[in-house]
Design a protein around this ligand. Structure first.
Ligand SMILES: C[S@@+](CC[C@H](N)C(=O)[O-])C[C@H]1O[C@@H](n2cnc3c(N)ncnc32)[C@H](O)[C@@H]1O
Length: 377
């Protein structure tokens, strides 16, 4: 078992925490964008493929509500920690602010004072290519993300630890326009990856990721890069061929099948398969959130998914109005031309219950609701 602190992208702190929870199980929230967890190697492997984790630290220490605290005192705490926690080798101190940071603690002064106090023959400073990066995080009040957050406000906190060598920084993925088959419907790789993560249940990987509206293969590509088996389908033959081409080009997991099929018939195409994740963005009508054009299609796909994998899970995205971004989604919020309450009940009639809903901004007049469902009984 290993403990670590993960730092989330500022784009959507609450989905960052949801992603980490789905992949790993229980987390301790230190700050809307910082969580602590203890995990086995399997979970750590899953966490290495996240969409919204920016940084990972090991051997961490923390100071809650640190003011008043001088830079010299903070450097002293870090130097004390280093006696038992910093292995031999060169190091550099790197500082990061989360939110508005912490008053009176300047990043450059921390770097020079802590650097001076830690420096020794066994731990020389090397700012260019250090063996260890000691990351000091000054986490203060959030400075107003574009997405509403349900996190209970936390006190300011200073965190530090050694940057995990496997931490790759924020995920961007391959640019969809570089793929051999591209259409404007292609999902942003980071969003596609996030949806695959959210479809994990309490830290268990799905046996297979199923996308019944695969389009150009945006979701199939992310699942395959995460070494998950993929079953993709689309009504449009051009999309089927395109997804096949893209999957071959990306060179991920070899175990994938792409077929032409209506989304409400996937149980007939693939048969019963336990433990599937159904991850998809369905087609919408012209007026997106205000019209229920695509609703029958969504419900048909959900019903077919339930027949295929009664123990599975779902992650999808539904169009809604930008007002949804202002707070928790109310029962009256319009989603696909109906109230959210109605949609949730219709989803339930297909055998799934909504366990997470979180709006994301698409553009000024459209938002989408990321929805995760588990079996209703
Ligand atoms: C929003 S796009 C999916 C985009 C995809 N996630 C990507 O990254 O390219 C929706 C897809 O649903 C397909 N579609 C429309 N009606 C369908 C149906 N009844 N059954 C299956 N696929 C359908 C369309 O051909 C389109 O490719």
């Amino acid at each position: 078992m290993r403990s670590l602190v993960l730092i989330g992208s500022g784009w959507h702190p609450s989905l960052f925490r949801a992603e980490v929870s789905a992949l790993s199980g229980p987390i301790e929230v230190l700050h809307p964008r910082a969580v602590f967890l203890t995990n086995d190697e399997d979970a750590l492997h899953r966490l290495s493929g996240t969409a919204l984790v920016d940084d990972a630290l090991i051997s961490t220490a923390r100071l809650w509500d640190p003011s008043p605290l001088s830079v010299g005192e903070l450097a002293g705490h870090i130097a004390q920690w280093a006696v038992t926690s910093l292995p031999e080798g060169s190091f550099a101190i790197r500082t990061r602010k989360l939110g508005r940071g912490i008053d009176d603690l300047s990043c450059s002064r921390i770097e020079s004072e802590a650097g001076a106090q830690l420096s020794s023959d066994v731990n020389p400073v090397d700012l260019e290519e250090p063996t260890h990066e000691v990351v000091v995080i000054l986490a203060g009040p959030e400075d107003g993300s574009t997405h509403w957050d349900d996190a209970v406000p936390t006190s300011p906190i200073v965190l530090w630890g050694i940057r995990d060598g496997n931490s790759k920084g924020g995920y961007t993925g391959t640019s969809p326009t570089e793929r051999p088959f591209f259409k404007p419907v292609t999902l942003d790789p980071r969003l596609a990856r996030l949806m695959v993560s959210l479809s994990h249940r309490r830290g268990h990987s799905p046996t297979v990721v199923v996308d019944p509206f695969c389009g150009t293969g945006g979701i199939a590509i992310e699942a395959s890069l995460l070494d998950l088996e993929v079953l993709a389908s689309d009504l449009d033959e051009e999309m089927v061929e395109g997804t096949r081409t893209n999957l071959k080009w990306i060179g991920g997991q070899k175990n994938h099948s792409v077929e032409q099929c209506a989304a409400d018939r996937i149980h007939e195409l693939w048969g019963e398969r336990p433990g599937c994740s159904f991850v998809f963005d369905p087609p919408y009508g012209r007026n997106a959130w205000a019209s229920d054009d695509g609703l029958e299609l969504l419900l048909g796909a959900l019903a077919s998914a339930r027949m295929m994998s009664p123990e599975g899970s779902v992650c999808t995205m539904l169009p809604t109005s930008p007002e949804a971004l202002g707070g928790p989604v109310s029962n009256h919020q319009v989603v696909m031309g109906r109230t959210w309450d109605e949609i949730r009940n219709l989803i339930r009639e297909t055998g799934w219950q909504v366990v997470l809903n979180s709006p994301i901004r698409v553009h000024r007049s459209l938002s989408r609701l990321v929805v995760v469902c588990h079996p209703a009984d």
